[in-house]
Design a binder for this molecule. Sequence first.
Ligand code: BES
Ligand code: ZN
Length: 623
Amino acid sequence: MKIWNIVIILGFGATMLLAGCASENQSAHRSQAILDMKRATDHHSYSKPDEAVVTHLHWDAVVDFDTRIIAATATYDIRTASDAKRILFDAVDLDISEVRVDGQETPWEVGPDQPFIGQPLSIPVTKDSKQVSISYSSSPDAGALLWVEGEQPFLFTQSQAILARTWIPCQDSPGVRFTYSAEVEVPKGTMALMSATNPTEQSPDSRYSFKMDQPIPSYLLALAVGNVEFRSVGAHTGVYAVPELIDAAEYEFGEMEQLLVAAESLYGPYAWERYDLLVLPPAFPFGGMENPRLTFATPTIIAGDRSLVALVAHELAHSWSGNLVTNSTWDDFWLNEGFTVYFEQRIMEAVYGSEISEMLATLSYQGLVDEVDEIMDTNPDDTHLKLHLQNRNPDDGMTAIAYDKGCFFLRLLEQTVGRDKFDAFLKTYFETNAFSVMDTERFIVYLKANLLQDKAQLEAVNLDAWIYGAGLPANCPEVRSARIERVDATLSGWESGTIATADLPWNDWVYQERYRFLSNINDATSADRMAELDATWQMTSTGNNEVLFAWLEQAVRSTYTPAYERLESFLVNIGRRKFLTPLYRGLVETDQKPLADAIYAKARPNYHSVATGTMDELLRTPE
Ligand code: BES
Ligand code: ZN
C-alpha cells in the first residue's frame, strides 16, 4: 500500500509564478495568478493551484449507455510554479488507465477517499511541464450523472457543487478557471450538448465538437445526451427539448431574448455570446442550473402560460453573478445566489413590471422567514451569510440564507444608497471582477471602498449582523404587495367561513397568488374542505407544477387521501428536490412514514444522486 504524502508548500510567493511569462495570453494568466494568490483556501478541493494549475482542458470522450460509462482522455494545459513537484486533481471513483506528462507515460498516485470530497490524484510535474493527459473511465454510479433509460435514453450531468470530479478529473474548486474544448461520441439518434458552443442538429456520425473560449470553473462543466431538437426563439436565444416537448418549450421560453436584453441593460454586456436553454427529463434534481451558454432546466417549469419564467431570469442572471464573478469557495455561496436572486427580481421587474416582481419578493420573504426560524432551532450558525461548510457537504449551504437573506441584504444596500448608485456599483463590480473570483472578505473591502464610503450609511447597514450574525437583522427591508395582501385577506375569509369556496377569485389569480393561497392554508384544514377546493378548482389536475406541489403538500398535511394517487405519480415521475423534500417530510411528520417509504421504494431508481442523498437521510429509520 502506498503512503500518501501531502506536501505543504510554504512561503510560495507570487514572483515564482511570474517567471518566464512572455505572451499577452500569459500575461493575462499572470494577473489572474496574482489575484488567485489572495484566494481563500477551498476546503472542498485537494488541488493546490499555487503549485500547478490547469489553464485549458481538451476532453475526448465516448458515452456508453449500455455500461453507463464515459471513457475519456482529459488533456490539460498547465502552468507550474518554479518549484512545482506535482499537480493535484480531485477525483471520485475514476478508473484511471494511463497518465502522460508532455507525452511521456508517468506513474500517478491516488490518495485515500474522504467523505464528500473524494480522492486526490497526484501527478508528478516540474516547472517545465506543459501538458498532462489522463485516460480514465467514470463509474456507473458517478454522482453527477443520471442515465435515464427507456424508449428515450437520456444522460445529463449536474456538477455543482463538487460533483464534476465524478466524471472528469479536475481541479474542482470555483477559484480555478480554464477554457475547454471537447470531442464527444454518443449513441446513434442522440445529440450531445455541453456548456459550450453547441450543435443545433444531430450529427450523422454521432460525434460532436465543442469549444468554450471563456474560462470557467469546473462546476460549470456540463454534458447532456439525448434525442433533442433545437428551436431558435431570438437572435441569441433558443431552446432544446425532446420532440414531445419542443413546441411547448418554444412557447414557454419565447420571451428569453427580452430577458437577456433587460439583463444587459441593467448590468452590462452578456459575456457568453449565446443563451440557450435545455429542457431536461423530470428527474433533474433542480429547477435550473446555470451552465454557461446552456441553462439546464426541469420540465416542471413548462406550465403552458409562461408563469414560471422567473427561473429562467434566475439562471440567466448567473451569467453575471456566479459565472462571471464566481464565489471563491462554497462558504461564499451567497455571492453567487444572493446576487442572482436580486438580479432575477430586477429582470422580472424590467420585463413584467413591479407588481409581479414584488409578489416574487414577498414570496421570497415568506420562505426566508420560515427557513430562518427552522434553522435557528437547530443550527443558528447556518443562518450567517458567510457559511461554515468545512467537513460538510457544500449542498448543506443551499438554503434560503444564501438565496433570500443574500437578496434582502442587497435590497438593503439599494435602499440605503438609492437605486441609481447601487446599479452603477453592481455594473462596475461585474465589469471589474469579470472572469475572476470573489470571497466575502474581499467583497466587504470592495463594498466599503466603492459604495458605503459614508460612515452613517455603513453603520446603518450593519455588515457584521448580516454577514457574520445569526437570524434576520432588524433592518431587513420590508416588502409589500397589495395583491398578496388581498390573497391573505381572502384566505382568512375562506378559513373563517365568510367567503365561500365558489366565490374564491381563483380564475383571476396568477400563479404567485394561487401559490400564496395554497401554501398558507392552515394545516388543520379538514379533508372535507380540501375536497371542496378540489371539486371547485380541479386542483389535482392543474398543469402548473408549482401550484400542484403546494396543493399536494397541503393534501399531505390534511391527510386528504383522494390526492394521494396524484401525489404518488408526482413523486415517482419528478425528481426535483425542492418538491420532494417537503412532500416526504410532510408524510413523515404526519405519521404516514410507511406510505413515504412505499412511494420512495418505487421512485428512488428514477432520482439523481443529489435527490437520493437528501431523501435517504430524511427517510432513514432512526436506530
Ligand atoms: N446554481 C443553482 C443550483 C445549485 C446550487 C446546484 C448549488 C447545486 C448546488 C441554481 O441557479 C439555482 O439556484 N436553482 C434554483 C432555482 C431558483 C429559481 C432559485 C433551483 O433549482 O431551485
Ligand atoms: Zn441560482
